[in-house]
Ligand binder design. Structure first.
Ligand SMILES: NC(=O)c1ccc[n+]([C@@H]2O[C@H](COP(=O)([O-])OP(=O)(O)OC[C@H]3O[C@@H](n4cnc5c(N)ncnc54)[C@H](O)[C@@H]3O)[C@@H](O)[C@H]2O)c1
Length: 255
């Protein structure tokens, strides 16, 4: 799909990987609908990008929020032909900790945002997308999910996060098979360690050490490098139904 014809909904678009994706799409001539629950950051970014962006405050797990967001997106841009699911949350918690067992509510919260939120976006947006006029290549849309290398080599303390990202990776193929008849592709990116506000929750020394564990390049990934892969997926019609690791060959150790 040509980037000029793109109207992309980017969830988690106010920060980190989503923000970099939104900036890159707009720099290449596409339009973006930033979806995030952080109103302050979302509004500021939309203002910076200008007429090619709008911000919609929404929770990805809410049907009502996402339906209202879509109404607004169609009002302003007339269509939506891409979805980049970046909204997500992370926790670190052991199943059996020193003082207490893994909190059940925190496990459910991570599953709710990362899995239900991703699926809610896909179901409501693909319903609209399948009505698009196909482009010259027969494409009506492209959906890009954000999994994580924790889906495959999750560390101690990542039971909830890994389970959620594994679900995101696993839903990619069956959904791509289902939506193929409409010319909608579905892909996922499994990032390694990227320098974003989410990752900044870790102490500097831990971030440095994790960067050094990456075989090459020996550093954390930059959000712009994630965005670069999103753009490649959008442009390459043959990419469908796959999860791509973007990780400098790192394989996470147990801890
Ligand atoms: N940074 C990394 O190293 C890394 C690695 C692997 C995967 N990921 C995944 O990439 C995605 C983006 O992460 P990031 O590092 O940019 O994090 P981030 O915290 O910078 O951005 C996440 C954004 O999602 C938004 N969000 C959270 N819950 C939401 C909800 N219910 N509704 C709407 N918006 C919500 C937050 O407000 C925030 O703006 C996440 O899914 C994360 O799990 C990140």
């Amino acid at each position: 799909m040509n980037l000029h014809e793109l109207v992309a909904v980017v969830s988690g678009g106010a920060s980190g990987l989503g923000e970099a994706t939104a900036r890159s799409i707009s720099e290449r001539g596409g339009k973006v609908v930033l979806v995030d629950r952080d109103r302050q950051k979302g509004t500021a970014l939309a203002e910076q990008i200008g007429s090619q962006a709008i911000f919609c405050e929404a929770d990805v797990t809410s049907e009502q929020d996402i339906r209202s967001m879509l109404d607004r997106a169609y009002e302003v841009f007339g269509r939506v032909n891409a979805l980049v699911n970046c909204a997500g949350v992370v926790i670190g918690e052991k199943v059996v900790g020193r003082d207490q067992v893994h909190d059940f509510v925190s496990f459910k919260k991570v599953m709710d945002v990362n899995v239900m939120g991703t699926f809610n976006m896909i179901r409501l947006i693909s319903e609209k997308m399948q009505q698009n006029e196909p482009n010259a290549l027969g494409e009506r849309g492209v959906i890009i999910n954000t999994s994580s290398i924790a889906a495959f080599d999750g560390q101690i303390g990542q039971a909830a996060y890994s389970a959620s990202k594994g679900a995101v990776a696993s839903m990619t193929l069956p959904i791509s098979r289902e939506l193929a008849r409409y010319g909608i592709r579905v892909m996922a990116i499994a990032p390694g360690l990227f320098e974003t506000p989410m990752f900044e929750q870790l102490p500097e020394s831990a971030r440095e050490a994790l960067g050094q564990q990456t075989p090459f390049p020996k550093r954390l990934g930059q959000p712009a490098e994630f965005a670069q892969l999103v753009l490649s997926i959008v442009e390459n019609t043959m990419l469908n139904g796959e999860v791509i690791r973007l990780d400098g060959a790192i394989r996470m150790q147990p801890k």
